[in-house]
Each structure stands twice: as structure tokens, then as C-alpha cells.
Design a protein around this ligand. Structure first.
Ligand SMILES: Cc1cc2nc3c(=O)[nH]c(=O)nc-3n(C[C@H](O)[C@H](O)[C@H](O)COP(=O)(O)OP(=O)(O)OC[C@H]3O[C@@H](n4cnc5c(N)ncnc54)[C@H](O)[C@@H]3O)c2cc1C
Ligand SMILES: NC(=O)c1ccc[n+]([C@@H]2O[C@H](COP(=O)([O-])OP(=O)(O)OC[C@H]3O[C@@H](n4cnc5c(N)ncnc54)[C@H](OP(=O)(O)O)[C@@H]3O)[C@@H](O)[C@H]2O)c1
Ligand SMILES: Cc1cc2nc3c(=O)[nH]c(=O)nc-3n(C[C@H](O)[C@H](O)[C@H](O)COP(=O)(O)O)c2cc1C
Length: 612
């Protein structure tokens, strides 16, 4: 049932005539009428309708509804991969439990112009790209930071920013929202909190504090708040989630790069059994992992500890006592490090070189990107108490993998394409935590804790006739395998054009046979490949795009949707630049106009990225 229908059924259920919900025409007419309403106005209308159903057609209810409306708290989330959305959901729950009337919205669904009508606003925002807002927040961000943003003297607000301190522009989007709201005259209720990747406890504390701060002000009313307003929340919540993952069977792991490849990429199949978990093509799978026992042992030894020391930490929100070895294996990040840990270790060890690195933000970030916790510890050995040590580490966080299958094809399975992160440091081969777990340590038949992370910003076009251009070098191929399965299952007639690239044709052509079969069957209209190391000069997917520039532009002009998946740092930027050049040349536009062309594709959901 649509959320609107649920709401209407609910609100009509107490009325004298509850035999019928709205019919389709009435529903459409109501939807049209409220399309331009702000959150506040929606809340008012909701109160109005509920009171009307209680009191009958002639009831005088406007003053009550107005009192209710003045008490509404609007929560907006700006999220790329679901974390901010999850925190906002928890915030909504806490606020409702405190008796506050809440409207929760994806920031993309919020009319920025209606901001001036809001009185109480909380924003939970992550940062994406290089200090950029998540896709869904681009328009709101542009409006708020632009000249047309209204003065907001009547607004009380607070911002929770999610980010990753290993990025140069830490929590940039949250910072920009916060600073701009202040400039526009809004009143900050509690200071912004900037959360790192292990955001759980900071987010929980901020939630508690903001709900406590707003509770009295937002619940001072005799009106029956909770019964009057229960607006739809964002998305249905499934039984399994990031906090409550499903223990799925790891059913197949197959290396799909050749014996002589420089890379180890696996095709992985996971059985979702009777979990009831569902996904759409474009979604990602979240995977919880355990650290390598050998690495944990090496770390414990480097710390001159035994591993049997007891340490206290929060597990699933409750304080627990574990051995140091168990804590390092199951609860804490040891394959990634962060500038804060380098600073901590420099202080503890008194090591001057580390202190110099820690003192310079850029050096610390670069060093953290190339060293694991063990490398930092070994760079300056020193004695430390086990409890003190673990308190300096970040909590383990699950990794996301683009889903490489369609349920229309594989039913209860989910497929992934995982590249093992592996490099040499300190004369040892260092391996990524989750990719090492999935590809090297987990055995077929064992369980792996997973959840589905929905991603409405990476979806096939609604019409099966719309052409698609897919650009996915390396593991970026994953979601496009899923797209093809789905297009086949739907008998979609739209053209499909795939650009794939990797190091060599013989060793790294991921899913080669499947692509060739799709070409043979005609489902795949075109495929262009760029094997970078098969000749003296590097050839990349963007070179293939350039070679086909007029055709690429022609596809865009006839409505093609454009997708990029894979490396965010270099590939996605270079491909974007190439697309700009293609549009300049073939659309006879300036660089700026070509950028606007791409922007408009993006806001029409015709240019979508799944990059990492
Ligand atoms: C939405 C999304 C979709 C994704 N889809 C996929 C996918 O389909 N397939 C896939 O394989 N991955 C995918 N990823 C990436 C994936 O989530 C993990 O980031 C990746 O597997 C690495 O995690 P890890 O735990 O193995 O490595 P970590 O333990 O997180 O280690 C990675 C760290 O190792 C360090 N490092 C890496 N390489 C080097 C090097 N050469 N030298 C020195 N240090 C280095 C860096 O500091 C890096 O942060 C996706 C990510 C996102 C956000
Ligand atoms: N955030 C993380 O922790 C994390 C972890 C794992 C992977 N990743 C990212 O995921 C990406 C996917 O890894 P992968 O090994 O499957 O593929 P990849 O490294 O992206 O390589 C795929 C192909 O892209 C080429 N390439 C390199 N630079 C390019 C550019 N600027 N433009 C276009 N193509 C370019 C490579 O060529 P050459 O190699 O010959 O130059 C190779 O042929 C990695 O690049 C990495 O950035 C991130
Ligand atoms: C491709 C990519 C780019 C990112 N860029 C930044 C950044 O510039 N600054 C930052 O603080 N965090 C950055 N992050 C980290 C995210 O903000 C962080 O993981 C956050 O918890 C994600 O929340 P979300 O799932 O709601 O989007 C980036 C993450 C990814 C995957």
C-alpha cells in the first residue's frame, strides 16, 4: 500500500462512514492539492483531516490544527549510502517517543522554498565526492547556499554531519548547511556534531541531546498530538538491517581474474534463504566482517600484550567485557586507520617522526591512507594498556558492495563482484578487512552477516524502451551485470551500451562470456572495451567514449540514461570531463553550458553514479 493510502485509510478509520477509503480519483485529487504544501502545512492538513473525521463535517477545528502545526519538527536526511537516513530514522523514533510531532523526509523531497515556513528543523547530512553533498541534496544545497535563500529568523535548527576524517573535506556538507543556516538568521538549538565513520555513539548522543532540548517546547500543547498526526515515514523498514543483519549462507566464491592477473577479483554468491530480504538492481549489499586472526595476533604481539587481557566496550549498544583478541577480531577497525589514531600514537610513543606527520593534516591523511594500525604501531613501538589502546580505535563498520544480480534472475541469491584490496607494507602483504574476509577467509557454507542498502540514486529507467549507457571499468561492472539480467527478465526493448575496461583482455575481462552472450542475443546493443595494459599507451574507457563521441551524444539526445560505476577518485572524474567535452563538441556548447547539460541530466535522474 502506498504511504498516502495507509495514511488515508488510517485517518478515515475513525470516521462515522469508515466503509470506504478514498477511491483512485479522490486520492489523485488530494495528492494534487497537497503537492505544494510545506511540512508544516502538511502537518496542519493532517491535523485538520483527523479532527474533521473525529468531529464531523461542521466542526470548528482550525485553531486546534494551527496549534498542532506550530509544534511540528521537520527532520531532513541527505544520504548517499544510507547511514544518514538510518540515523534520521532513529531520531524520528526518539522524537516521537518524546511526544513530538515529526515529519521525516529525504531532503530531495523537501521543497526548499518552503523552508521559511518551518519553525524547527533537524538535518542529518553526509558528505560525498570530495566535500560534495549527496546526490539527493544537490538542489537543496544549491538553493540554501545561493542568493535566493530566504532569511530564517523564525527557524530553530541543528545539524548532524556524517563523514570520514580520512577525507580532506571532513563533514563538509553538514558544515555548510550549519554555517549557512546561521548566516540566514536561524537559531542553532545545539551545536553541530561532526561524526566520523564510527558514528553510532556520537549520533546517539546528539539525538538524545536534541530531543531533550526540544521536548518541552514541542510538546507544550493540550492538543492530542500523537493521535492527530502520523505522517508517512520514509520507506518500509525490513526485519533485517545494518543493526540487525541476516546471517546468510556464503554459497559460492569464484576467482574471475586469470592466474597471471595482477588482481584477485571474485564472483561471490550469497543465499538469502527465507530471510525475506529483497533488493532492486542498483542496490548495494552491506557486509559485516571479522578481522584476520593472523593480523590480530601480529598486532597483539607488537603491543607486547597477550590478547587475553579483558577490555570493556559497547557491543550492540550494551557494555560488554571481551578479551583483547576478540575485541580486535570482531569489534574494531584495524585494517583502516585515521589521522586521529596517528596523533594518538605519536603522543603515546613520543615518536618525533609520527608527531610531524600528525601535525600536518594532509600528511596525516596520506599516511593513514597507506598504513594499517599495525604499521603505525610498528613505526614506534611502545607499551600500552589494552583498554587504553582499544579506546583509540574506531568501531568496525560494514562495507558496501554493488549488487551484481537481479532477483528476477537469481531469486533468493545475491551476487557480488569483489576485488581484494592487497598491497605490500613493512615487508608484509596487507589485505583489506572485508575484501580479505570475503575472498580469502570465509569458506563456502559458512555464514556472513548482510543487509540490503537501497539506492534510489542508481536505478534503471522506468520505461523499458529508454536506452542506457553503462560505464563500469574494473569491479564497476557489478551493477551492470544486474542491469542486464533485469532488462532481459523484463523483455526490455531499450538499447543497452556497455563500456568496460581493465588491465588486460586475457586476464581481467570480468564476466566476458556473459557479455558475449548478451551481444549475441542482441540484448546488449554495443560493447566497447579498453584494456589499459595490452599496449604501450594506456587506453581507458573515456578514450573509447571519445572515439564514439557523436554516437554517444546522439544516444543522449534520444533520451539515454547514463551510468558510471567504479573508482571515484580518478575514473569517474575523468569520464565526467570527457562527457563534458563530447557535449561541448557535438552540442556546440561552451564548457559551462555542457556542465549545465550534465547537471540537468543529473537532476532528471538520467545521469547516475555509484562510485567509491
Ligand atoms: C556504494 C559502494 C559500492 C561498492 N561496490 C564495490 C564492489 O562492487 N566491489 C568492490 O570490490 N568494492 C566495492 N566497494 C568498495 C568496498 O566497499 C570496500 O571499500 C573495499 O572492498 C575495501 O574494503 P576492505 O575492508 O577490503 O579494505 P579496508 O580494510 O577498508 O582497507 C582499505 C584501505 O586500505 C588502504 N589501501 C588500499 N589500497 C592501498 C594501497 N595500494 N597501498 C596502501 N594502502 C592501501 C586504504 O587506506 C584504504 O582505505 C564499494 C563501496 C561503496 C561505498
Ligand atoms: N575506497 C576503498 O577503500 C576502495 C577499495 C577498493 C577499491 N576501490 C576503488 O575501486 C576501484 C575499482 O578497482 P578495480 O581494481 O576493480 O578497478 P580499477 O583500479 O578502477 O581499474 C580498472 C581499469 O581502470 C583503469 N583506470 C585507471 N585509472 C583510470 C582513469 N583515470 N580513468 C579510467 N580508467 C582508469 C585501470 O587501468 P590501469 O590500472 O592500467 O591504470 C584499469 O584498466 C579502484 O580503483 C579503487 O579506487 C576503493
Ligand atoms: C565516494 C565517497 C566519497 C566520500 N567523500 C567524503 C568527503 O569528502 N568528506 C567526508 O567527510 N566524508 C566523505 N565520505 C564518507 C561518508 O560521508 C561517510 O561514509 C558517511 O557515513 C556516509 O553516509 P551516507 O551513507 O548517509 O551517505 C565519502 C564516502 C564515499 C563512499
Amino acid at each position: 500500500m502506498l504511504p498516502e493510502q495507509r495514511l488515508l485509510n488510517q485517518n478515515t478509520s475513525n470516521s462515522a462512514n469508515n466503509s470506504s477509503a478514498l477511491d483512485a480519483n479522490q486520492l489523485a485529487s488530494l495528492q494534487q492539492s497537497v503537492a505544494d504544501y510545506s511540512s508544516l502545512q502538511l502537518a496542519w492538513a493532517s491535523g485538520y483531516l483527523a479532527a474533521k473525521s473525529e468531529q464531523g463535517q461542521n466542526a470548528q477545528i482550525a485553531p486546534v490544527a494551527a496549534a498542532v502545526a506550530a509544534k511540528t519538527l521537520t527532520i531532513l536526511y541527505a544520504s548517499q549510502t544510507g547511514n544518514a537516513k538510518g540515523v534520521a530514522g532513529q531520531l524520528e523514533k526518539s522524537a516521537k517517543e518524546a511526544g513530538i510531532t515529526v515529519v521525516l523526509k529525504n531532503i530531495a523531497d523537501f521543497k526548499a522554498k518552503a523552508l521559511k515556513n518551518e519553525t524547527h528543523l533537524l538535518i542529518v547530512a553526509s558528505t560525498n565526492g570530495e566535500g560534495e553533498p549527496p546526490d539527493d541534496a544537490i538542489e537543496f544545497h544549491e538553493f540554501l547556499l545561493g542568493k535566493k535563500a530566504p532569511k530564517l529568523p523564525n527557524l530553530s535548527y541543528s545539524v548532524l554531519a556524517l563523514g570520514d576524517s580520512s577525507y580532506e573535506f571532513f563533514c563538509q556538507t553538514g558544515k555548510e548547511f550549519d554555517e549557512r543556516l546561521q548566516v540566514l538568521g536561524a537559531k542553532q538549538v545545539t551545536p553541530r556534531v561532526d561524526c566520523d565513520v564510527d558514528y553510532d555513539s556520537d549520533a546517539e548522543n546528539w539525538t538524545l541531546s536534541i530531543v531533550e532540548s526540544l521536548k518541552d517546547e514541542l510538546t507544550q500543547s493540550d492538543a492530542p498530538l500523537a493521535t492527530v498526526i502520523d505522517l508517512p515515514t520514509a520507506g518500509a523498514v525490513s526485519q533485517y538491517s545494518k543493526q540487525n543483519p541476516y546471517a546468510a549462507e556464503f554459497s559460492l566464491s569464484q576467482k574471475i581474474t586469470g592466474r597471471d592477473s595482477a588482481k584477485d577479483v571474485r564472483h561471490i554468491e550469497i543465499d538469502l534463504g527465507d530471510s525475506g530480504l529483497t533488493y532492486q538492481v542498483g542496490d548495494a549489499l552491506g557486509v559485516w566482517f571479522e578481522n584476520d586472526a593472523n593480523l590480530v595476533a601480529e598486532l597483539v604481539a607488537a603491543l607486547s600484550l597477550t590478547g587475553e587481557e579483558k577490555v570493556k566496550l559497547k557491543v550492540d549498544g550494551a557494555a560488554q567485557v571481551l578479551t583483547l583478541t576478540d575485541a580486535l577480531t570482531t569489534q574494531l577497525e584495524i585494517t583502516q586507520t585515521a589521522p586521529a589514531f596517528i596523533e594518538f600514537w605519536a603522543k603515546i610513543s613520543g615518536n618525533k617522526e609520527l608527531a610531524a606527520i600528525a601535525a600536518d593534516k594532509n600528511s596525516a591523511r596520506e599516511y593513514a591512507g597507506q598504513h594499517q594500525v599495525i604499521d603505525v604501531v610498528k613505526a614506534a613501538k611502545t607499551e600500552i594498556d589494552a583498554q587504553f589502546f582499544i579506546e583509540a580505535l574506531r568501531k568496525i563498520t560494514p562495507r558496501l558492495y554493488s549488487i551484481a544480480s537481479a532477483q528476477s534472475e537469481v531469486e533468493d541469491e545475491v551476487h557480488l563482484t569483489v576485488g581484494v584490496v592487497s598491497y605490500d607494507a613493512n615487508d608484509k602483504t596487507r589485505t583489506g578487512g572485508a575484501s580479505g574476509f570475503l575472498c580469502q577467509r570465509l569458506e563456502e557454507g559458512q555464514n556472513v552477516r548482510v543487509f540490503v542498502e537501497h539506492n534510489d540514486n542508481f536505478r534503471l529507467p522506468q520505461s523499458d524502451e529508454t536506452p542506457v549507457i553503462m560505464i563500469g571499468p574494473g569491479t564497476g561492472v557489478a551493477p551492470f551485470r544486474a542491469f542486464m539480467q533485469e532488462r532481459e527478465a523484463r523483455d526490455a526493448t531499450g538499447d543497452n551500451w556497455m563500456f568496460f575496461g581493465d588491465q588486460t583482455f586475457t586476464q581481467d575481462f570480468l564476466y566476458q562470456v556473459e557479455w558475449q552472450n548478451y551481444l549475441k542475443s542482441g540484448l546488449l546493443t554495443r560493447m566497447d572495451v579498453a584494456f589499459s595494459r595490452d599496449q604501450a599507451e594506456k587506453v581507458y574507457v573515456q578514450d573509447r567514449l571519445k572515439e564514439q563521441a557523436s554516437e554517444v551524444f546522439a544516444w543522449l539526445e534520444r533520451g539515454a540514461h547514463l551510468y558510471i560505476c567504479g573508482d571515484a577518485n580518478r575514473m569517474a572524474k575523468d569520464v565526467h570531463q570527457t562527457l563534458n567535452e563530447i557535449i561541448q563538441e557535438h552540442g556546440k556548447l561552451s564548457a559551462e553550458q555542457a556542465e549545465d547539460y550534465l547537471k540537468s541530466l543529473r537532476s532528471n535522474k538520467r545521469y547516475q553514479k555509484d562510485v567509491y
